[in-house]
Design a protein around this ligand. Structure first.
Ligand SMILES: *[C@@H]1O[C@H](CO)[C@@H](O)[C@H](O)[C@H]1NC(C)=O
Ligand SMILES: *[C@@H]1O[C@H](CO)[C@@H](O)[C@H](O)[C@H]1NC(C)=O
Ligand SMILES: *[C@@H]1O[C@H](CO)[C@@H](O)[C@H](O)[C@H]1NC(C)=O
Ligand SMILES: *[C@@H]1O[C@H](CO)[C@@H](O)[C@H](O)[C@H]1NC(C)=O
Ligand SMILES: *[C@@H]1O[C@H](CO)[C@@H](O)[C@H](O)[C@H]1NC(C)=O
Ligand SMILES: *[C@@H]1O[C@H](CO)[C@@H](O)[C@H](O)[C@H]1NC(C)=O
Ligand SMILES: *[C@@H]1O[C@H](CO)[C@@H](O)[C@H](O)[C@H]1NC(C)=O
Ligand SMILES: *[C@@H]1O[C@H](CO)[C@@H](O)[C@H](O)[C@H]1NC(C)=O
Ligand SMILES: *[C@@H]1O[C@H](CO)[C@@H](O)[C@H](O)[C@H]1NC(C)=O
Length: 459
């Protein structure tokens, strides 16, 4: 395959006319997609994505119940990374939390109405729950707990796409008629972005024993569904795309000021220079729990840049190199992922050093791929600096009915990093194919026309 490396101008020239018609719909797509705000609440590439929180009441107690609460991340590519989720709700009555296993509340609140030695774990009307950390003693664990609030995405690691804890509730009522479903669920992951619906009582969950010989069921179950909106999560983009190709020297950088502007006058210290002697102190200055990115000074000021380079053209294949660069000094991205939309993904042949799964949000159309790092090799995208990048190459088989290097066809239509839309350069800036071919063609046409005219005149 490597030996087929022969970029032939004439073959490209031949395909121009053939694909002019195909390029038109693509231009419409670009026009259309640029009209859709990037801040859409509805994610077109994962229309059913949600986090479902399920409460299973497992037993009644003298003054309440014991429930197992499980959060299922039904999102294909959006995960919750360190420092993890924070879950909150508002009790409808005077409920208290006597105890928890596999999680804890961050604040006990005012338990002064309880006399005697046995105080509840939390008396707040709006308890705030966080996961326990890895390494929690076994007697304080339950299945799927204690991962520091990290929940992987459904596609990337289904075995780690859920998180559970057990809660023992008092002063709540002790029958399915008297228990009130808590209200006003809030999920931070770790920042804003999720909106949760109301708790709906559903059919009690059935549990099947491991040997499959016995089924038990919850006494009462309710579900809460939370959905993500990038617009709620952050007001500015966090990621941008740059483009280049072997057939044109132009490197199309991320649009200037995509994620912010370098403005010393109004925001001194909004970014740091990698050569600055103050780099180390700037990085360590604010406490590490601050999620505001501290970015390297660039024209785009984005924490993440994805670069798509059209690298090689073979007879039957073409090759792309993808590099992700982290410009954020305050964030190591663990288990990062990319979602890319490009019409040639239906004929992807090889992906070097990344995991891959095709996503088909629109049923039949197979043009979207999810890529993520190989465990222990490149699933960790280190903070800004010499190791703050990961890269891979993709090999596509050309489908002669659609393939072209014209009109930016070889560039991606859409890229997400960790589920957030990356801002693309404007299509009119894409590197062009040198237009010698078109000129040649029109020269030929002109001489043909001239010859015909000459024939007609002289006939
Ligand atoms: C949440 O996601 C699951 C799995 O994709 C889906 O079955 C369910 O209908 C979704 N719930 C809502 C309310 O969208
Ligand atoms: C409550 O339990 C009774 C049986 O004990 C059942 O018939 C009823 O459907 C349950 N109601 C709810 C809301 O789960
Ligand atoms: C819901 O919770 C949020 C945050 O905890 C709080 O600001 C808001 O007032 C609550 N709303 C209701 C109706 O309790
Ligand atoms: C409630 O959530 C669980 C877990 O996601 C799911 O299996 C069940 O189908 C849901 N029930 C309803 C009625 O949506
Ligand atoms: C901002 O300040 C840095 C040094 O403090 C300087 O190198 C850079 O050129 C300045 N940028 C602008 C836009 O003034
Ligand atoms: C990122 O990981 C490296 C190596 O494990 C560590 O030295 C560094 O402190 C981490 N940075 C952040 C911001 O967590
Ligand atoms: C999409 O295309 C790729 C590459 O040809 C193939 O491996 C994958 O199975 C296809 N997926 C679907 C859902 O058709
Ligand atoms: C590309 O994929 C499509 C859909 O899977 C298939 O119909 C077509 O034959 C493939 N083309 C090549 C050159 O493999
Ligand atoms: C490369 O692409 C740019 C558009 O980004 C275009 O202005 C330039 O003419 C192209 N170079 C060649 C050699 O065609």
């Amino acid at each position: 395959m490597e030996r087929e490396l022969s970029f032939s101008m004439s073959s490209v020239a031949g395909s121009i006319a053939k694909f002019a018609s195909l390029a038109l719909p693509f231009l419409f797509f670009l026009l259309f997609s640029s009209l859709i705000p990037s801040a859409e609440a509805y994610d077109a590439l994962d229309p059913n994505g949600n986090i479902t929180i399920k409460w299973d009441v497992m037993q009644w107690t003298p003054d309440g119940y014991v429930a197992v609460v499980t959060m299922f991340n039904y999102q294909q590519y959006r995960h919750i990374q360190a420092p993890g989720w924070t879950l909150g709700w508002t009790w409808q009555k005077k409920e208290v939390i006597w105890s928890m296993v596999g999680a804890q509340t961050t604040d006990q609140g005012d338990c002064s109405r309880f006399k005697g030695g046995n105080l509840p774990h939390c008396c707040r009307k709006d308890p705030i729950i966080v996961d326990l950390l890895p390494g929690t003693p076994y007697n304080q664990q339950i299945a799927n707990c204690c991962k520091g609030g990290v929940i992987n995405s459904w596609v990337q690691d289904p075995a780690n796409a859920a998180s559970s804890f057990q809660v023992s509730v008092g002063s709540s009522g002790t029958t399915n008629k008297t228990v009130r479903v808590p209200k006003n669920f809030t999920l931070k992951a770790p920042g804003p972005g999720y909106t949760c619906g109301i708790g709906k009582i559903v059919k009690p969950t059935k549990f099947v024993t491991q040997d499959g010989r016995r089924t038990t069921q919850a006494l009462m179950t309710w579900n809460v569904t939370c959905t993500y909106s990038q617009f709620l999560a952050q007001k500015t983009p966090t990621c941008c795309v740059s483009l280049s190709s072997f057939y044109n020297d132009t490197i199309v950088n991320c649009p200037t000021c995509t994620c912010g502007c370098q403005n010393n006058a109004t925001q001194p210290g909004s970014c740091v220079d990698p050569d600055s002697p103050y780099l180390a102190s700037a990085v360590n200055a604010v406490d590490k729990n601050s999620y505001t990115p501290l970015v390297q000074c660039t024209s785009h000021m984005c924490p993440i840049r994805v670069h798509w380079h059209v690298k090689l053209n073979y007879k039957d294949y073409w090759r792309v190199k993808i590099a992700i660069t982290n410009f954020n000094y305050r964030m190591n991205y663990t288990q990062w992922n990319l979602v890319i939309q490009h019409p040639n993904f239906d004929n992807i042949t090889t992906i070097f050093s990344y995991n891959y799964k095709s996503l088909t949000p629109y049923g039949g159309i197979n043009d979207t791929a999810m890529l993520w790092g190989v465990k222990f090799y490149n699933d960790f995208l280190m903070q800004a600096g010499p190791y703050g990048n990961v890269q891979s190459e993709l090999l596509f088989r050309k489908d002669p009915t659609t393939f072209t290097f014209h009109q930016g066809w070889a560039f991606p239509r859409r890229i997400y990093f960790n589920g957030d839309n990356c801002v693309m350069p404007s299509p009119d800036s894409y590197p062009w194919l040198p237009n010698t071919a078109t000129q040649l063609k029109s020269t030929l046409l002109i001489s043909l026309f001239a010859a015909l005219t000459w024939l007609l005149i002289n006939a």
